[in-house]
Design a protein around this ligand. Structure first.
Ligand SMILES: [Zn+2]
Length: 181
């Protein structure tokens, strides 16, 4: 990302909004906007394969990581959508630490996204890199592009993706029961 160019673009945007970019409150805004976008889109430079490569070889039952907070930007409006991701998998050989799952969510949320695609990408990354017996991902989020623009307010949008053994009723049910607790 060319930060200098983002600064120029942010300044142009402010001018087009009718603002005076020399007033005190706005003087550093282009720089702050450039820094912010670099941070909020750092997922593009993160590699899911690297994140999930350091594993332990102890097989346990179902692993569930609940309530992983995330903040993303909708690709239609570049406005935040944010909420919680719940990840579950049934390991065959590989198990990763909780921090890796948090990083995986960061990897796909810190970029321009669609909630449905992000849910699918996280499920696929777990599936491909850990080769587990099953994967389940549920994401619930509020979308400011809907709420701020008055299309819909306060609604949680929920998306889910399941792979492998979670397609069986018992595993899926166990996962969803764990999310309720
Ligand atoms: Zn949007």
């Amino acid at each position: 990302m060319d930060k200098k160019r983002i600064q120029d673009l942010a300044r142009t945007l402010l001018v087009e909004m009718g603002e005076d970019t020399t007033r005190e409150g706005l003087r550093d805004t282009p720089r702050r906007v450039a820094d912010m976008y670099a941070e909020l889109t750092e997922g593009y430079s993160m590699n899911p394969k690297d994140i999930l490569s350091k594993e332990w070889h102890e097989v346990t039952g179902m692993v569930v990581a609940k309530d992983i907070e995330f903040f993303s930007l909708c690709e239609h409006h570049i406005l935040p959508f944010y909420g919680k991701a719940h990840l579950g998998y049934i390991p065959s050989k590989k198990v990763v630490g909780l921090s890796k799952l948090v990083r995986l969510v960061d990897c796909y949320s810190r970029r321009l996204q669609l909630q449905e695609r992000m849910t699918k990408q996280i499920a696929d990354a777990l599936n491909v890199n850990l080769r587990p017996l099953g994967v389940a991902v549920v994401i619930q989020a509020r979308h400011l592009c809907m709420e701020m623009r008055g299309v819909k307010s306060g609604a949680n949008i929920v998306t889910s993706e399941i792979r492998g053994q979670f397609e069986k009723y018992e595993s899926r049910n166990e996962f969803f029961e764990m999310l309720k607790r």
